[in-house]
Design a protein around this ligand. Structure first.
Ligand code: ADP
Length: 158
């Protein structure tokens, strides 16, 4: 069975499938969002981490995960007052992926950096049509769940 062409074709899909085909809608909050509201958003949107954007130009500034929120909550902070910007991981330390990158590259980044999700990004464009190098627009999200779904959907008999 391992030598079947159909089997190889299915495995090959793993190498060629693009992030654009598997990404989900990102769940985004601004940096002034309170820890309390961020926790509420996690429950309402049923995700494990939130992407944090700048209030003015909406570019990616951070990621806040379940454990970041737990950590600040068990400390002394007033979670109704303290904003997510205090507890998040910040740029330039955010690991991202592009829509035209492969699902395999996304999987490798999730494993290598020991994180659950990657923001799918593109550069903001300035008035003259030039990409702004340091301003990233969040256009999606790829989590371990998206990757697992790709495996589960492969047309292989079990
Ligand atoms: P959890 O903290 O709930 O286990 P993660 O494993 O995704 O969730 O996050 C681990 C740490 O890595 C957290 O401090 C989080 O802020 C950070 N993190 C999560 N996603 C990213 C990312 N895409 N790039 C950089 N850091 C991230």
């Amino acid at each position: 069975h391992l030598q079947d062409n159909s089997y190889l074709a299915e495995i090959n899909k793993l190498y060629t499938k693009e992030v654009a085909e598997v990404k989900s809608v990102p769940v985004v909050v601004t940096e002034k969002t309170s820890i309390y509201n961020a926790i509420t958003t996690l429950f309402l949107e049923d995700v494990g981490s939130l992407f944090v954007v700048d209030e003015e130009d909406k570019n990616l500034v951070g990621v806040i995960s379940r454990k970041d929120l737990l950590k600040i909550t068990i400390g002394d902070a007033d979670i109704n007052q303290v904003p997510v910007s205090v507890a998040m991981t910040r740029m330039p330390n955010i690991i991202t992926i592009r829509a035209d990158d492969t699902v395999l590259l996304a999987a490798k980044r999730l494993v290598n950096y020991e994180i659950d999700a990657l923001p799918v990004v593109e550069n903001f464009i300035d008035e003259s049509g030039e990409p702004l190098e340091d301003k990233l627009k969040v256009i999606g999200r790829v989590s371990k769940t998206n990757i697992t779904r790709v495996l589960a959907d492969l047309g292989l008999e079990m």
